[in-house]
Design a protein. Structure first.
Length: 238
């Protein structure tokens, strides 16, 4: 029997992250090649299904974005990229990138029109919000926040870079903010206030995570960096 006291907050359920999903993918690949070495099966017959992991990661990011409101663009990108490679590997449907360029122009034009008509009525996502998302593909993107109750962010860099400035932001004492990062041949740089304690839990694969911050005297404000870096890097400094 559980007794709840009035005003008590329930602990949040564990959140399945993209990092955990990619960890399961690495385990599955290891099991697959182990079975091939034992002569049980041929790994090449199943290797073509690996883009399904990108689709699953994208769907997971979209599912988490439905709750937190951040990470939609990165999730849609992973779903589209994984679906493209699955069609080529399984259905043998060759899709030329030049054929998709007109659709990309339509999507870009529609986004610019939407921002032109409705963007001014909405607050800027890069300043004042307690949480936001950023996506950099073959380019660079910069975000900043001066929110007094910063909660986290979702950052995706694919052959590009994200420059995040949180030096004017703050969080309540005794709280923790989480930044989910995903970099594929890209880089992410995060600037944080001097009174934040940074905990790096991101997993680099042929990449790196560098913490250049100086530890504050008190550890009552924690920023957790988690995610996956594939041939990419992340740097945090204050």
């Amino acid at each position: 029997m559980t007794i709840e006291t009035p005003g008590a907050t329930r602990p949040e359920p564990p959140r399945v992250t993209v990092q955990a999903l990619f960890g399961l993918m690495v385990i599955a690949i290891g099991v697959l090649f182990t079975l091939e070495n034992l002569g049980v099966l041929a790994a090449r017959d199943y290797w073509r299904y690996w883009p399904a992991g990108l689709v699953a990661a994208g769907l997971l990011k979209i599912y988490n974005a439905a709750k937190s409101g951040q990470g939609w663009i990165g999730g849609l990108f992973l779903v589209g990229l994984g679906s493209w490679w699955l069609l080529e590997g399984i259905a043998y449907v060759v899709i030329d990138a030049r054929q998709l360029m007109p659709l990309g122009l339509l999507a870009l034009g529609g986004f610019l029109v939407w921002r032109g008509f409705g963007g001014r009525r909405a607050p800027r996502p890069s300043d004042g919000h307690s949480s936001f998302s950023a996506l950099a593909i073959l380019g660079g993107v910069g975000r900043r926040s001066n929110s007094p109750t910063f909660r986290g962010a979702d950052l995706t860099a694919v052959m590009g870079g994200c420059d995040i400035d949180l030096r004017q932001a703050s969080m309540e004492r005794g709280t923790e903010a989480v930044i989910d990062v995903f970099a594929l041949w890209g880089g992410i740089e995060i600037k944080v206030p001097s009174d934040w304690t940074v905990v790096t839990r991101a997993v680099p694969i042929m990449g790196g995570v560098e913490d250049k911050t100086e530890a504050p005297q008190s550890a009552d404000k924690r920023l957790v960096i988690r995610g996956l870096l594939i041939m990419g890097g992340a740097s945090v400094k204050n």
